[in-house]
Design a protein around this ligand. Structure first.
Ligand SMILES: [Zn+2]
Length: 396
């Protein structure tokens, strides 16, 4: 939730494989290429060879880089899976935020990853439903493609080869999504579109002056940060971290298991594939809506940094909450509530590394504004008056 002023752009998941590689991996690749060039083309006078005595330094750099990856893993492991149930690993499904070995569940995930235009073929779905039972335990319904581990330590966690797209009975159902997402970061394109849509909806709640200040704001995804979001006023860009999006996504999807089970049970009883496909389609759409709603306050907070504009976190919270209330009528701060729990559990580094005391004050203020909204008061005039009074206090 920090505002980003002239900070170096972080690597983002892009549309091609090269931009998807983390900077450190690229650095190593560059050094390796440099060494290869200097060794193989040493006779070519046009290519400068490595200066004498430089090789030990190159070796030292190479020895150090994997350690940086390890330190990152020690520091952040847990952040990427914090408050997410543990699933069995299925690392050949690399590229997805969540996968499964269960065929009926695969149709549910496919309905999310392939977008709202997709609906399962009724007879194929019935075949999947009739051939297997849903696992009894929620932890067994899904599996973790472990994509996030790559970002923690790309040296220890290698990507699977391009032609490997999963194993088990669900692999053919998810094949398209895996291949499409492999170079798009591990947050699927549909999930990104949903979040970008939520941001657009929030922006449309702003006055025209505020919209001008926010500009034509776009959404970016940061593959490296733990739970984090920030706004860049010069680029009119709001960035959310993939681990934050994945946390929200995994929780929304796992919460749908009882409903998915009901759909599967009804289909086994009625043998109505068309009805089951429609119900799964609806369940997938509901999941996407929940992902957007859970991130709505965080997006609104970042948007307020640009539209107010302000660098005061509390002021951005106030206007952000007011925006959420205009959009959804409820003062719901969504997944940001988890940050409070993370702080209470002693994990202050989980949220942009801000000191716990600063964030605790923010939650106390959010509580006051939420109560005002629930009492039917409009939040925005409270923000305007409060900060007007604060500025006056500072002048006096
Ligand atoms: Zn902020």
């Amino acid at each position: 939730m920090q505002i980003l002023l002239g900070r170096r752009d972080r690597p983002k998941a892009g549309s091609d494989a090269r931009s998807f590689l983390p900077v450190r991996a690229l650095t190593v690749a560059a050094i390796v290429i440099l060494i290869a060039i200097s060794l193989s083309l040493v006779r070519d006078s046009k290519v400068p060879s490595l200066p004498e005595g430089a090789m030990p330094f190159v070796r030292r750099v190479l020895e150090m880089l994997p350690r940086i990856g390890k330190e990152r893993e020690d520091r952040f492991s847990g952040v990427y899976s914090w408050r997410i149930p543990a699933f069995p690993a299925c690392d050949t499904f690399w590229g997805l935020p969540l996968a499964t070995f269960s065929r009926p569940t695969a149709y549910y995930l496919k309905s999310i990853y392939d977008g709202r235009g997709y609906i399962a073929n009724a007879s194929e779905l019935m075949d999947a439903i009739n051939s297997t039972d849903m696992p009894a335990d929620v932890g067994e319904v899904f599996c973790d493609p472990m994509t996030w581990r790559f970002w923690l330590n790309p040296f220890a966690n290698k990507l699977p080869p391009a032609n490997v797209y999963g194993s088990g009975p669900a692999r053919d159902i998810l094949k398209r999504a895996i291949i499409a997402n492999r170079h798009q970061g591990y947050v699927s394109r549909t999930v990104r579109l949903e979040i970008a849509g939520e941001l657009k909806q929030l922006r449309s709640q702003l006055s025209s002056e505020e919209q001008d200040r926010a500009g034509n704001v776009t959404l970016a995804i940061d593959v490296y940060s733990p739970l984090a979001a920030y706004a860049n006023p010069s680029a009119h860009e709001i960035t959310v971290s993939e681990s934050l999006v994945r946390t929200v996504f995994v929780r929304a999807a796992t919460a749908k298991v009882p409903k998915l089970r009901d759909i599967v049970d009804a289909a086994q009883r009625d043998q109505d594939g068309v009805k089951a496909a429609r119900a799964i389609r609806q369940l997938a759409s509901d999941t996407l809506v929940e992902v957007g709603r859970d991130l709505s306050f965080i997006l609104a907070h970042e948007l307020s940094h640009l539209s107010v504009p302000t660098i005061d976190e509390r002021e951005a919270d106030c206007y952000g909450l007011s925006l959420v209330v205009s959009r959804s009528k409820v003062p719901d701060i969504g997944v940001f509530r988890d940050v409070e729990e993370a702080l209470a559990s002693g994990y202050s580094q989980y949220w942009n590394g801000l000191p716990a005391a600063v964030i605790t004050e923010r939650f106390q203020l959010l509580q006051i504004w939420s109560e005002a909204a629930r009492d039917g008061s409009s939040v925005k005039p409270i923000c305007v008056e409060a900060w007007k009074a604060l500025e006056k206090d500072e002048r006096d």
